[in-house]
Design a binder for this molecule. Sequence first.
Ligand SMILES: Cc1cc2nc3c(=O)[nH]c(=O)nc-3n(C[C@H](O)[C@H](O)[C@H](O)COP(=O)(O)O)c2cc1C
Length: 375
Amino acid sequence: MSAPRIEKLPDGLANLADFEPHAQARVDDNAWAYLNGGAADEITRHANRAAWDAIQLQPRVLRDLSGGHTRVTLLGRELLHPVLLAPVAYQRLFHTDGELAIAHAAAAQGAGIVLSAQASVTMESVAAPMLADAAAGPLWFQLYWRDDRDFMRALLKRVEAAGYQALVLTVDAPVHGARDRERRTGFKLPDDIRAVNLGGLKKPLDLKPGQSALFDGLMPRAATWREVDWLRAESRLPLLLKGITHADDAREAVARGVAGVIVSNHGGRTLDTVPATAHLLPAVRAAVDVPVLVDGGIRRGTDVLKAMALGANAVLLGRPYVHALTASGALGVAHALRLLRDELEIAMALSGCKTLADAGPALLWPGSIPESTSR
Ligand SMILES: Cc1cc2nc3c(=O)[nH]c(=O)nc-3n(C[C@H](O)[C@H](O)[C@H](O)COP(=O)(O)O)c2cc1C
């Protein structure tokens, strides 16, 4: 098993945001636009953060919290805490160790990993440290649909053989969002960084004059509910859908045997002006009984606690852990995870919440709970 390099942490890191300037100093404008940008005016990207900030905690005091903990149960497994690293593509763009570094960090800190289909190191090398550590969190593989069933079949076989425990189909990005920052820098992947787990060539678009590349080329190849059924039938692994924002889509997913949904707007990178995930979560939670996870704008232990109080079973962290990776590799990511967990424990202790199973709407100030809760 190759080991990630151990670097010195920058001084004075108090929280996840503190990694960001160190990260920016280590990459070019091209990579920074890709990492930090969102779609269009970035209204959704900002809304994600603002929504967690606007929810207020209502603490209770003098409760006996001895024996409290952050453990949760997810798809039948007990986890030390409810934080997973969200799928983020091409991490060698940010650090030479790329996804290998986050695997070691997550294993050391009991966090889960959802490895991006577009990872820049092999899925087997990421699985090794996670599977070697009994206290590591879940190891899931994220898929983008490719309209080639032989290719998908082979990929699923490899994912299963590598020891991944669930599949996550991302459904909110059949095409790239209109990302202005990337357009301005003319974002392009360097030649030595690629999606190493995705062999084969995508079929070229075969368009007739006057046809739309999007509607006549890409959309006929995009996943629909039919492909969800196909994936369910083709793999023994539980399937989750990432990018669910509507309660009816969550219900449809569950009716088709999906094991869980991730409320996500892709960190504001796909369709701009979608509501914040904190606002979307309650209606999805109310609609289904399967695990519901959420991501987008989670930066603080208090955000994690609020998400759990709104009914999430776990959360995913996106850009902040990549900032930590960029700033100082595996040690940076491990440190970021520890900071977040410490903040969560402090928030629980100070709000009178002994376990996350006890976290519910009563923990939140009524006037600050997103209105869509009652939808
Ligand atoms: C640089 C970057 C690359 C991403 N790549 C993927 C990907 O390959 N697959 C996917 O499902 N989501 C991808 N996402 C979305 C994240 O999984 C996640 O939904 C989002 O980052 C959460 O928001 P946050 O960054 O505010 O925490 C990417 C996000 C970023 C920032």
